[in-house]
Structure formats: structure tokens, C-alpha cells
Design a protein around this ligand. Structure first.
Ligand SMILES: Cc1cc2nc3c(=O)[nH]c(=O)nc-3n(C[C@H](O)[C@H](O)[C@H](O)COP(=O)(O)OP(=O)(O)OC[C@H]3O[C@@H](n4cnc5c(N)ncnc54)[C@H](O)[C@@H]3O)c2cc1C
Length: 424
């Protein structure tokens, strides 16, 4: 592809080993680890920080582990710690602490994405990453063999282009760059939709993440859950997520469902229209590797771009950061190899690394999602499983993917199931 003359002067100044498209948690984490290894990294973000990202703002111990690994100061003001999950359903309300494990800390966090993403991006910049904001990546630049060797973008209304040895797609669910490289989403994977808003509330400093397992549409129990997460700044993040494995999914008015759900809550919690501090917003949850392959022709996929959300619980931030870390390791090794063929061999192993890490577990998650999509299954589970504390502790470990490799009996069962489940 030829680069228009008007943009050529921008090319030299933007040369990098790796271009990372998107400065969400996946992009900033990838960029951070690449820069730590001494690579020249250009992080391109279409928005300008601080900016909103529609999210529940909940971080499990898996996410906390990644933050600690990047040296983020989680003792600084603004991080709200939580001890575990409070489960509401089947007429019950109980708390489950995060498990004590050697692999993960025993606490989670809440931080709005308004701050969170900027903190991670600035951390990458401190590590040596060059970040350009307000740069909307529009298309790949391809060489004769069809490999991506850079991107074109819109910046201040002008077309610009940047070149690099590799490009990372960290541009979230819409991932325009992956689509332009012919990577479309797989229809055989579950998809979720989630909506959320904020209310000023006396419950803003709750030290448990609260989940409601019963979301009713008339007399149908829906496959999904509602959440109430205290943000610690006077507000609660209140939202719900649903899966597309049920007929009710089609044509559902999620905003209205959220309004109906909070209407049934005690008035003293303050979850009423007058206390809403932002409109109800929603977005898709791409799950269980819904876009593959995760490496092709110079393009590496991380986070939502590669459909890395955990189908069991809709958690995506931890997986965005983890896959960013894994991708960075593969890229660092690949770029140290002297020949293109050797580099390609390392990069082609990245999808297999992801499958080793999550493949079997995500397959179990897909089975779980199918199961709870059947009318009656959610109902049966909330009535018969919730009263059993042992079963619920097991469920927490399974759904949040929190086990030690050589842990207790439940850890070993979950690990064994994940290992035998085929990875796809
Ligand atoms: C309502 C809702 C609630 C959720 N709650 C939680 C939760 O509580 N906990 C949790 O772990 N997960 C949650 N998730 C999932 C989580 O938000 C995502 O999994 C996570 O944001 C994925 O991170 P990412 O970096 O891959 O993508 P994103 O966070 O989407 O970041 C992509 C970045 O790329 C930028 N970008 C996009 N296109 C371009 C372009 N063309 N050029 C340049 N830049 C571009 C975007 O501006 C953005 O900054 C929730 C999702 C939703 C919708």
C-alpha cells in the first residue's frame, strides 16, 4: 500500500517496534510490559483522557494481581477494597470472602474506569511508552505479503500513518483493525450485553461486591445477574448483564429492565431516578475467544478485541491485562529472533499460549452459559444451590477462576475439569 505524500512526513517521527491500538486495560498493559523489556512502543488512543468507559468498575483478585505486578499504587486514595461477594437470591443474602490462595491476593477493588484507564495509561508512559491521544486508527497498512506494517489514522481531522514491526489490536469489542484484517466474530460463542448507571447512595463504601442472581422479566428468570458496587465517592455503580443464550435476550429493553429491578429495592439505598448521576449506558461483552486467530500476519489480539471475557461471570478487565501481559512476552521473544521466519514461529505460538491458559476453562464456561439459558435451570440453581455454603464457595472459585495449581480439593476439581475440557 502506498502512503499518501501528505502523510509521509509523519511516518519517520512515529516509527516504533510495536504499535498498540487502544489504551484500555489491555493496550496499556501490553504497552507497559513491552516498554519494560526495552522495546520502542507507540500507544494510539482515539479518545482523550480522562474519559468514560461503560463498565461495572469491579476488580477481582485476578485483576489486583496484575495491578500489583505493574507497580500500580493501590494504596493511594480512590481505590476501594472489597473482601468478596455478597450474593442475593432465592430469598437469601450472604457473603462469600475471596479465597485464601498463594496465586492471588484475597481482596478485590473498585475504581471507576474514568480514573482506572488513565492510571494504567500513565503507568505505561512512565515505563517509556509514547502515547498519542485523539488518534483514531482507521486501517492497517499492509506490505506485499499482506502483513500489517503500520496503521493509518485520523488525528485533528488529518490523515496520518505510523509504521512498526508489529501491531497489537487492543481496541476493544468493536476492533476495527481486526475486522480490516478479516477477523470476524465467531457466531458460535456466547455474547453478553451489560448496562449500568451511578446513583448517589449511602451504600457507596460497601466492602463487598454485591450480585443479585435473580433478574425477572415478568415471570421469566433471566440468565444473568445484577450488581451493586460501591465506588467510595458517594456513588454506587448499579448495573446488570445478560447472556444471549435465552429467547428473552432478543428485543430486550435493558435500560427498562434495570429501572424495574432497582424499583424493588429499599428506598433508603437511594437507587431512584433523582439520585442518578449519569445516564444508563450499555455495551457488549465478547466472551470465550469470540474472535480468532489471536495472531495473524503481524497483528496480535488482546483483551475484548480477542473476545477474552470470562463467560462464567462477565469479567473482562483481568483478562484484558493478563492477555496483554502474555502477548507482550511473546512479542518480546519474537522480536529478538533474527529472521522473519523465526519471529513468525514465536508469534504463531501465541494463540496456543492463550488456549493453554484459558481454553478448557472457557469451554466449561460456554457449557455453563448454555445450561443457564434453559428456562428453569437458573430457577432450580437459585433455589437448590444457594442454601449450601460449601457448594457456593466452590461456585465462587469456579465462576471467578480463582484456584491454586496445587490447592485444595475444589481447586483440583476445577483445574482437572479445565484441563480435560477441549480448548477451542
Ligand atoms: C456495562 C459493563 C460492565 C462491565 N463490568 C465489568 C466489571 O465490573 N469488571 C470487569 O472486569 N469487566 C467488566 N466489563 C468488561 C470490561 O469493561 C472489558 O472487558 C474491558 O474494558 C476490556 O478491556 P480492553 O482494553 O480490551 O478494551 P476497552 O476497555 O474497550 O478499551 C479499548 C480502547 O481502545 C480505544 N479504541 C477503540 N477503537 C480505536 C481506534 N480505532 N483507534 C484508537 N483507539 C481505539 C478505545 O477508546 C478504548 O480506550 C464490563 C463491560 C460492560 C459493557
Amino acid at each position: 500500500m502506498t502512503v499518501p505524500a501528505a502523510t509521509q512526513r509523519n511516518v519517520a517521527e512515529a516509527d516504533a517496534d510495536v504499535i498498540v491500538v487502544g489504551a484500555g486495560p489491555a493496550g496499556s498493559t501490553t504497552a507497559f510490559h513491552l516498554a519494560q523489556a526495552g522495546l520502542n512502543v507507540l500507544l494510539l488512543e482515539k479518545t482523550t483522557f480522562p474519559r468514560e468507559k461503560v463498565c461495572g468498575d469491579g476488580l477481582t483478585p485476578r485483576a489486583v494481581k496484575q495491578l500489583i505486578g505493574m507497580g500500580i499504587d493501590i494504596d493511594a486514595p480512590g481505590w476501594v477494597r472489597n473482601k468478596g461477594l455478597r450474593v442475593v437470591g432465592g430469598g437469601m443474602r450472604f457473603e462469600l470472602d475471596w479465597p485464601e490462595l498463594s496465586s492471588y491476593p484475597d481482596f478485590g477493588l473498585v475504581r471507576t474506569r474514568q480514573d482506572f484507564d488513565e492510571i494504567l495509561a500513565n503507568n505505561a508512559v512512565r515505563a517509556g511508552v509514547r502515547m498519542l491521544q485523539g488518534v483514531n486508527v482507521t486501517a492497517p497498512i499492509l506490505d506485499r505479503s499482506g502483513h500489517i506494517v503500520g496503521v493509518t489514522a485520523k488525528k485533528d481531522g488529518e490523515e496520518v500513518s505510523y509504521r512498526s514491526r508489529l501491531v497489537v489490536a487492543a481496541d476493544g469489542n468493536s476492533t476495527r483493525i481486526s475486522l480490516a484484517m478479516g477477523l470476524h466474530k465467531r457466531e458460535d460463542r456466547p455474547m453478553g450485553v451489560a448496562v449500568r448507571t451511578y446513583f448517589t447512595s449511602p451504600r457507596h463504601d460497601d466492602d463487598y461486591l454485591e450480585t443479585w442472581l435473580e433478574l425477572w422479566d415478568e415471570d421469566t428468570l433471566l440468565p444473568g445477574y445484577g450488581w451493586i458496587f460501591g465506588v467510595g465517592d458517594g456513588t454506587s455503580n448499579v448495573g446488570l448483564g445478560l447472556l444471549n443464550t435465552n429467547e428473552a435476550f432478543k428485543g430486550m429493553d435493558y435500560r427498562d429492565l434495570l429501572k424495574r429491578w432497582v424499583k424493588g429495592m429499599p428506598p433508603e439505598w437511594g437507587y431512584v431516578e433523582e439520585n442518578m448521576t449519569s445516564p444508563i449506558r450499555g455495551a457488549a461483552l465478547p466472551m470465550a475467544f469470540n474472535r480468532q486467530p489471536h495472531y495473524t500476519r503481524g497483528l496480535v489480539l488482546v483483551g475484548d478485541a480477542g473476545g477474552m471475557i470470562n463467560p462464567f461471570n462477565g469479567e473482562g478487565i483481568a483478562y484484558a491485562m493478563e492477555t496483554g501481559h502474555i502477548a507482550a512476552e511473546a512479542i518480546v521473544q519474537a522480536l529478538a529472533r533474527p529472521t522473519p521466519a523465526q519471529r513468525e514461529r514465536v508469534l504463531r505460538a501465541y494463540p496456543a499460549m492463550l488456549k493453554d491458559a484459558y481454553g478448557g476453562y472457557f469451554t466449561l464456561g460456554r457449557g455453563f452459559v448454555e445450561l443457564i439459558g434453559h428456562p428453569g435451570v437458573m430457577n432450580f440453581a437459585t433455589r437448590h444451590a444457594l442454601p449450601h455454603p460449601h457448594l457456593m464457595r466452590f461456585a465462587l472459585k469456579l465462576l471467578a477462576n480463582l484456584t491454586d495449581r496445587r490447592g485444595d480439593a475444589s481447586d483440583r476439581i476445577i483445574n482437572a475439569l479445565s484441563k480435560v475440557a477441549p480448548s477451542a
